[in-house]
Design a protein around this ligand. Structure first.
Ligand code: PDD
Length: 295
C-alpha cells in the first residue's frame, strides 16, 4: 500500500506531497464548514461516473452561492494527474472546495471570493467478494440533520455522531429516520425490496442524490427489474425482503441485520445478488476502458 502522505495532492493549482499540503487556520471550510466535496471512485485507475460527480459538484456549489473554480475539463486533468500515481489500481478521489480563507472571521459571505480547492487520492482495497456476501448490520436513528441534505456539504457532524453510535452498537451504518420515513444512511443511499419491487426514496432536499443510487436505478431499468421512487416508512424496513445501502465507497451493500433482527432470510437476497453482479460488471468494463453507461 502506498504511503498516503507521500502521494501527490492538488491544492490551489499546485501539486505537492499530501503530507505537505496546508490550508490557513482562517479557512471558512474549517471555521464554518463553509464548503462542499465529492468522493469519486476510480476503478483500474479510471474515474467512475466522473461527469455525474462533476454535475453534482456544480449543483452543490450553486446551492451555497459559489461558482465552480475549475472547468470540468480542468477537474478531469487534475483527476488524471492524481490517479496516474497508482496506475491500474482501484482508488478513491476526494475533492473539496471551500469558500476560502479571509483575515476576518465573519458569518457574512465575503464580497470577493477566493476559494480553496483541493483534491487527493487514497488507495481503495480491492473488493472482498466473500465479505460482501456476509452483508452489513445497521441500526435506525433519528435524522437530526438540517433540511438541505441534497447539498454535499462537509458539515457532517450529525452524520459522524450517528455513525459513532452505530459503531458503538456493533453496526456498520445507521439508517436515518425523519418524520417516520427512512431517508438514507449516514453516508449511503437506501433501497428496499418488497414483493419483488425495488424501492428508493425520491430525490428531495432531505437526502443526497447519490451517483451510485442513480446507476442502480439505470441498471434496474435495463435489466427489467421493477422499481419505484417512493417514500419508505420506518415500519417498511422491518417487513422488507431485502435492504441495500449504496455509495461510491460501499458500492451496493446488502443489509442482513436491522436493529438486531435479521432482514429477510438473514442473508443477502436474490435481487441483491443480481444487482451486485451487474454493478461489478460495470466496474469491470471501466477497468477495460469502456465506460459503463455514460460517465
Ligand atoms: N458519501 N448519502 C450520503 C449522506 C452520503 O454521504 C453519500 C456518499 C451517499 C451516496 O452517494 P454516492 O453514491 O454518490 O457516493 C448518500 C461519500 C462516499 C462520503 O461521504 O465519503
Amino acid at each position: 500500500m502506498a504511503d498516503r502522505d507521500a502521494l501527490i495532492a492538488y491544492l490551489n493549482g499546485e501539486y505537492l506531497p499530501r503530507g505537505e499540503a496546508r490550508v490557513p487556520i482562517t479557512d471558512r471550510g474549517l471555521l464554518f464548514g463553509d464548503s462542499v466535496y465529492e468522493v469519486v471512485p476510480a476503478y483500474g485507475g479510471r474515474p467512475f461516473r466522473v461527469g455525474h460527480h462533476l454535475q453534482r459538484l456544480d449543483r452543490s456549489l450553486a446551492a451555497i452561492r459559489m461558482d465552480n473554480p475549475l472547468s470540468h475539463a480542468e477537474w478531469r486533468q487534475v483527476f488524471d494527474r492524481l490517479t496516474g500515481q497508482l496506475p491500474g489500481q482501484d482508488q478513491s478521489i476526494y475533492l473539496q472546495v471551500t469558500r476560502g480563507a479571509y483575515p476576518k472571521r465573519s458569518h457574512v459571505i465575503p464580497a470577493e471570493v477566493h476559494p480553496t480547492v483541493l483534491a487527493f487520492i487514497s488507495p481503495k482495497p480491492p473488493r472482498d467478494a466473500e465479505k460482501a456476501q456476509q452483508g452489513i448490520r445497521v441500526i435506525t436513528l433519528d435524522d437530526i440533520r438540517w433540511h438541505r441534505c441534497d447539498i454535499k456539504a462537509t458539515a457532517l457532524l450529525a452524520n459522524v455522531l450517528a455513525r459513532a453510535q452505530a459503531t458503538e452498537e456493533g453496526a456498520d451504518e445507521a439508517i436515518l429516520i425523519r418524520d417516520g420515513a427512512a431517508m438514507e444512511g449516514t453516508a449511503s443511499n437506501l433501497f428496499v425490496v418488497s414483493n419483488g419491487l425495488l424501492i428508493t426514496p425520491p430525490d428531495s432536499e432531505e437526502l443526497l442524490p447519490g451517483i451510485t443510487r442513480d446507476l442502480v436505478l439505470e441498471l434496474a431499468q435495463e435489466a427489467g427489474v421493477p422499481f419505484a421512487q417512493a417514500a419508505i416508512d420506518a415500519a417498511d424496513l422491518e417487513t422488507a425482503d431485502e435492504i441495500w445501502l449504496t455509495s461510491s465507497t460501499r458500492e451496493v451493500s446488502a443489509v442482513v441485520e436491522l436493529n438486531g433482527r435479521p432482514v429477510g432470510s438473514g442473508r443477502p437476497g436474490e435481487l441483491w445478488q443480481r444487482m451486485d453482479a451487474l454493478f461489478q460488471a460495470c466496474k469491470e468494463r471501466l477497468r477495460q476502458g469502456v465506460e459503463c453507461h455514460d460517465d
